[in-house]
Design a protein around this ligand. Sequence first.
Ligand code: BGC
Length: 271
Amino acid sequence: MPYDPVRPLRGQKALVTGGSSGIGEGIARAFAAAGAAVGVNYHSHPEAAERIVTEIRSSGGEALALKADVANEVEVQAMFAVLLETFGRIDILIANSGIQKDASFPEMSQDQWRRVLDVNLTGQFLCAREAVRRFLTQGIDPSVSRAAGKIICMSSVHEVIPWAGHVNYAASKGGVMMMMKSLAQETAEHGIRVNGIAPGAIRTPINQEAWEMPEAERRLLELIPYGRGGEPEDVANAAVWLASDNADYVVGTTLFIDGGMTLYPGFRDNG
Ligand code: BGC
């Protein structure tokens, strides 16, 4: 299909995990606007997912709400079955679901450790595995895309920035980075493009507290050379490009969308 600059994902079928809020919601909406049919996965907020689906449909798009705990193999497989039955194929997976369960290290429970690793890392593994299985049987259909399929793993600046008080979260994102690269290396020969996006401080429910208190916000902004917090659209616009054929030669890369947070801003006036 010739590249369409207005609707670069035209005719493609996508699944966005954690699509009912935050960055996932932004991507689901941007993908629909870019012409993709979107499966909006949610875990605990059906009303939020249904609202997004209704809004996408009322502006002429195609969308479907899909409940699943991404950490649960059976639920993930059932979700893919419904999506494939409805859309007929899948071209793009945005493995986005993520949680934080913060605690100082001596206080961190095994449950806090396990749940974060289960959702953030194992959840991406389970969803990516289903997507890859399908991409391999579908193969490349040049009328849809140059690639057999695309996966974007939602990471974080904390795949490289250590984060005290969030050891479980940082460990999960470091894992996402190596999972993404190893998977990209393994599947590229089949025309599958796997990449990551590493957002910085994007205003979403996951970090609401950091923006609510003026003092916390001031301290956070000191970590962002570009001088503003990110919005879900900042990430969503990049995700549209990364999933589109305009990024067809981009394989196994992490795209940082962080206003410069990974540039060691502490060195601006020191060192
Ligand atoms: C975290 C946010 C945090 C940001 C920058 C993200 O991955 O989920 O809570 O504000 O990284 O530290």
